[in-house]
Design a protein around this ligand. Structure first.
Ligand code: NDP
Length: 282
């Protein structure tokens, strides 16, 4: 039995479905990625997003500001993009240099165009169970489980990591599915006690291979969000080789959650497009 949840294959299927929808449109959805300063990893992520967006017929605009730009100029640009009806999605490529007020900049984005789901309004909507844009990586995690017909209701879900980007949105997404949720973080005493009781274990802490065989329950489902570079090789937060035999389903790194994150960005942009053009049916 194949125990690997193939995020790459699933995201390709989802992108094909999106492309068919977009092919029918006269005017194509458009997403704008704002980069501030130089960052090698960001350059790669942006190139990747641009390629994926254009492959499905979406317009992708990359705006790059020099690190020495003043915040006001970026804010004015965001306001201009907010008003531009041809723009459906706006995101700020993270991380940005420390001297900028990240929260302030993100909150300048019109919530309907906030395709990363990071404005205070969209995060509030998520936790109030109101319709809004949901952060791409957590949304991708849920999508992977649902496409694999994983029954989440009543299960004990343990999330390792409590970041605003991944861990916290996951709490609410799993609660919506009627899971019982435990959240661990760097101050958790005896991490193993929690992880080894998880029916579904989601690890997003950025500590390479922290999850070992004795930390997972027999037949657990393990989702590895971590992306760590060790000696030039990408590895996750789960020691895949150790835990593989013990679990019932598992994602790989790379090729698991990563591809879903970009796909969810494209989904969110298409959702915003439909919302903005009165094409969204509940
Ligand atoms: P953050 O650094 O923002 O958060 C890490 C979280 O993990 C924090 O809550 C931290 O706890 C917790 N943590 C750190 N060390 C430990 C530990 N030893 N035991 C338990 N918990 C710990 O990271 P992100 O949430 O942004 O990302 C997490 C990982 O996911 C990274 O590897 C990142 O590269 C990857 N990622 C992958 C994406 C994808 O598309 N696949 C997208 C986004 C991120 P505390 O709060 O106490 O500090």
């Amino acid at each position: 039995m194949n125990k690997i949840i193939d995020g790459k294959m699933i995201s390709n299927q989802l992108k094909n479905e999106l492309k068919l929808e977009i092919d029918k449109l006269d005017r194509k959805p458009c997403v704008v990625d704002i980069q501030i300063g130089e960052n090698d990893a960001s350059n790669i992520y942006i190139r990747n997003k641009k390629r994926e967006a254009e492959n499905i017929g979406m317009k992708f605009i990359h705006i790059k500001f020099d690190e020495n730009i003043d915040e006001e100029t970026i804010i004015n640009k965001i306001y201009e993009l907010n008003k531009d009806d041809s723009v459906n999605g706006i995101l700020i490529q993270l991380p940005i240099p420390d001297k900028f007020n990240q929260k302030k900049l993100i909150n300048c984005i019109d919530p309907i165009k906030d395709v990363d789901g990071l404005t205070t309004e969209n995060i509030g909507r998520l936790f109030l169970n109101e319709e809004g844009l949901i952060s791409c990586t957590p949304n991708g995690v849920l999508k992977l489980l649902k496409i694999n017909n994983v029954d989440i209701s009543g299960k004990h879900v343990v999330i390792v990591g409590r970041s605003n980007l991944v861990g916290k949105p996951l709490i609410e997404l799993f609660l919506r599915e009627d899971a019982t949720v435990s959240v661990c973080h760097s101050k958790t005493i005896n991490l193993k006690k929690y992880t080894s009781d998880a029916d579904i274990l989601v690890v997003a802490c950025g500590v390479p291979k922290i999850i070992k065989k004795d930390m997972v329950k027999e037949d657990a489902i393990v989702i590895d969000v971590g992306i760590n570079k060790i000696d030039g090789k990408i590895s996750g937060d789960v020691d895949f080789d150790q835990v593989y035999d013990k679990v019932s389903l598992i994602t790989k790194v790379p090729g698991g959650v990563g591809p879903m994150t970009v796909t969810m960005l494209l989904y969110n942009t298409f959702y915003s497009y439909k919302k903005m053009n009165g094409l969204y049916d509940e």
